[in-house]
Ligand binder design. Structure first.
Ligand SMILES: Nc1ncnc2c1ncn2[C@@H]1O[C@H](COP(=O)(O)OP(=O)(O)O)[C@@H](O)[C@H]1O
Ligand SMILES: [Mg+2]
Length: 249
């Protein structure tokens, strides 16, 4: 049965999308069937997979609005299977809030439970209706954080939102862990932020640290997985380590 993992932090640029693709590629190497769902109107996860979606293509927006078979919305790319997104996702935000449609994604993904081992949900940089849909649909949530102060400032609010999702509909939602991304041991700030996180989440910090690695950026530009782009990079090493942590607990 597919394990659904939401990647969320309302701060942009912390490494959510990079983590989704890095983990997706690692899991694929380990023989797992992986689907990525892009829930960000910026469509970054889709772009990394080579998909700049014009309006004539089915995206997650149409899936959430019209329902139907989720299978029909999956694009199979060289990199990954993905339900893509684009800017049009914004058009349905108000109606989704008004209709209190926080369970739409969960219902849509039900039919895929036997088709994939992992479904990774790439959330937008805000706690909006799509993030709430992800938290309702997910079995687990991973919070990527970078080494900036602002990335941990919003954590309290995010943890409250996770608690609310648990109370309202998704009682079994688990905080799988906080994932430190863009780690750079050379900056003093990294040590300080690392210390704060270790104190705040003593048993919820992933052992794996995703270090700053320019190959991760270059791989995205080349629309390749980090493992194909440079298997000997720190990025490849870190994402394989994360993959092992995810698979083996
Ligand atoms: N470990 C890393 N090392 C270097 N650059 C990174 C790393 N992780 C992410 N980036 C870059 O930082 C930017 C923001 O990352 P992204 O994954 O898009 O964050 P988010 O999805 O949280 O907005 C992107 O340009 C990405 O290529
Ligand atoms: Mg992103």
């Amino acid at each position: 049965m597919a394990k659904k993992i939401a990647f969320t932090n309302q701060k942009g640029g912390v490494g959510k999308t990079t983590a989704v693709h890095g983990l997706a590629a690692g899991l694929k190497i380990k023989g797992q069937r992986v689907l990525v769902v892009d829930l960000d109107a910026q469509g970054n996860a889709s772009a990394v997979a080579g998909l700049i979606i014009e309006n004539d293509r089915k995206t997650v927006k149409e899936l959430l609005v019209d329902g139907g078979h989720a299978e029909d919305f999956i694009v199979h790319t060289d990199l990954v299977d993905i339900i893509p997104s684009n800017n049009s996702l914004k058009d349905i935000e108000a109606a989704m809030i008004e209709g209190k449609r926080f369970d739409a994604l969960r219902k849509s993904l039900r039919s895929l439970k036997d088709s994939y081992d992992y479904i990774l949900l790439d959330c937008p940089p805000s706690i909006n209706v799509f993030t709430k849909n992800a938290l309702m649909a997910a079995d687990e949530v991973i919070i990527p954080v970078d080494m900036g102060f602002f990335s941990i400032l919003g954590l309290k609010q995010l943890l409250e939102e996770i608690k609310r999702s648990r109370k309202e509909l998704n009682r079994s939602l688990i905080l799988r862990g906080v994932l430190i991304c863009k780690f750079d041991r050379r900056t003093a700030l990294s040590d300080q932020i690392f210390g704060i996180l270790r104190e705040s989440f003593p048993d919820k910090l992933f052992k794996t640290l995703i270090r700053i690695n320019i190959d991760l950026v270059k791989a995205q530009i080349a629309q390749k997985s980090i493992f194909d782009y440079n298997p000997r990079s720190n990025g490849a090493e870190d994402f394989m380590s994360l993959t092992e942590e995810i698979i083996h607990g």
